[in-house]
Design a protein around this ligand. Structure first.
Ligand SMILES: [Cu+2]
Length: 499
């Protein structure tokens, strides 16, 4: 199977590749596993995170055992201050190597938490002390970064997800209190079909050439007698680790302005969120302030996306804040919002249908500067090509399943501005993530955009999206689809810095 690490021999092979790279300090296997334990120079860490399989009660008598941080789901909220160094001890109390990724932060390869970039593993029953300077400010998160392959107890199918908030130098908005929400499914199972929401993205226009290419490939595969590749479905849906109605409600008062920090912590799913009779004023995406606040009836978030939005509490009652999917909400994807002095059955009302267009959140008349270079990227699916799983390629190359650091597909020079022209020849939406950098959305399905800085963007089925980034954080940099089932089966590539 594509799961990269099944044995000590695989690990040795992976470590050999790391040690053989001229871009990294030369480490033996033992060093790369143990380097994780530097002698603590100055006593205690600011935070300690322990990775272990521990029971989590998502509803009364519904207890699941899943790997998580510190015995809780979501992992503890880590509050940092921008530019102020932190030390974190990570203990791995499991039998398999782990990686802890600081999603959305401009950290070094050594602590980023991606074996593909060369971050050392946290050895089974080992630990690692890391130090880094948190940046940029805003809503980030941390999560495991091991591949799961066909093993749905591993990777982000587990509960290894937690929020990070990096305090900005100045406060971005006026609000009465903050609420962090992590949306996450549990109890995954493999299936042969999916019901991914598709029609919410705007513009909706598909690129004909991409569609023909993708449909032809699919037709050819099915004609050979292949089934559809595996997808993943879930039995339990939670917000902050509780199924709808089973956690503490969010208690509010009329007239309050509540700042919600919403994280899609899913391994594979796109999520939505609405609060009946209320609107969201989005102030930041992926933790980065927007050029101006934008009011919307509800939110859509691809895997790993974050939205910070203010809700003015001006419609008293007891409400279900939940996913637009009735099925997923009925299976738990929601949380109760209760106004002071109000009791009763929480009410759900579907908002009027709305489309999600990233460009609406951008600057109104600005355009992005021309890049120094544009990289063309074609995303393709080979249906059921890897033991029943879809295999994914970028420009024809699937990231090797048995290898940690693969040869880089793209090379950048420090200080230059690059444009990624991503062309999706599949009918799936891909939440695309670039490690250790932010990018600016410059074109969404044909529509120009500017001023929106993100680290994940959904690329619609048979659509094109362009993003620009400045190469300002040297070191090996992983680019991948954040859908676990896609990244584990080829949908990754490395950028490397050259002189
Ligand atoms: Cu994908």
């Amino acid at each position: 199977m594509a799961s990269p690490i099944h044995s000590r021999r695989d690990l040795l092979r992976a470590a050999g590749i790391i040690a053989g790279s001229s871009l990294l300090p030369r480490l033996t296997f033992a060093q790369s596993m143990n380097r994780a334990d530097p002698t603590p120079a100055d006593g205690t860490a600011d935070y300690t995170l322990a990775i272990a399989a521990k029971p989590v009660e998502i509803a009364p008598k519904r207890i699941i055992s899943t790997k998580n941080y510190n015995g809780q789901f979501p992992g503890p909220l880590l509050r940092f201050t921008e530019g102020q160094k932190v030390t974190i001890d990570i203990h791995n109390d499991t039998d398999t190597p782990e990686q802890l990724h600081w999603h959305g932060q401009f950290v070094s390869v050594d602590v980023d938490g991606s074996a593909e970039e060369g971050t050392p593993f946290i050895a089974p029953h080992g630990s690692r002390r890391i130090t880094f300077t948190p940046r940029p400010s805003g809503f980030r998160f941390y999560h495991t970064h091991v591949r799961a392959g066909a093993d749905l107890s591993k990777g982000q199918y587990s509960g290894l997800v937690g929020p990070v908030y990096i305090e900005p130098k100045d406060n971005p908005g006026a609000y009465d209190h903050e609420v962090f929400l992590t949306m996450k499914e549990f109890q995954p199972t493999l299936s042969r079909g999916g019901d991914m929401a598709m029609d919410f993205l705007s513009p909706a226009a598909a690129v004909k050439a991409l569609q023909e290419r993708g449909e032809q490939a699919m037709k050819a595969s099915l004609a050979k007698g292949n089934p559809h590749g595996f997808e993943v479905g879930y039995d339990a849906f939670t917000i902050n680790g509780k199924m709808l109605g089973h956690g503490e409600p969010i208690r509010v008062k009329q007239g309050e302005r509540v700042l919600f920090h919403v994280l899609n912590g899913s391994a594979t799913e796109i999520r939505s969120l609405a609060l009946p009779s209320h609107t969201f004023t989005v102030i930041a995406m992926d933790g980065n302030p927007l050029p101006q606040p934008v009011r919307v009836p509800g939110l859509w978030l691809g895997t790993a996306e974050r939205i910070s939005a203010i809700v003015e509490m001006n419609h008293p009652g007891v409400w279900v804040m939940g996913d637009l999917s009735d099925d997923d909400r009925h299976h738990g994807m929601g949380i109760v919002v209760e106004y002071a002095g109000y009791k009763g059955k929480p009410q759900w009302l579907a908002p009027k249908p709305f489309k999600w267009n990233y460009a609406h959140f951008g600057a109104t008349n600005a355009s992005t500067p021309d890049p120094d270079e544009t990289f063309e990227m074609l995303f393709e699916k080979q249906n059921a090509a890897s033991e029943g799983f879809n295999l994914w390629t970028i420009n024809g190359v699937a990231y090797p399943s048995a290898q940690m650091m693969a040869p880089p597909l793209f090379r950048v020079r420090e200080g230059k501005r690059y444009r990624l022209r991503m062309r999706n020849a599949s009918d799936d939406i891909h939440p695309i993530h670039l490690h250790r950098h932010s990018f600016e959305l410059s074109r969404i399905a044909g529509q120009p955009s500017s001023g929106i800085m993100k680290d994940v963007v959904m690329v619609g089925g048979y659509q094109e999206v362009e993003v620009d980034f400045i190469a300002n954080n040297p070191g090996s940099t992983l680019f991948h689809c954040h859908q676990q089932l896609h990244m584990d089966f080829g949908f990754m590539a490395l950028f490397d810095y050259v002189l």
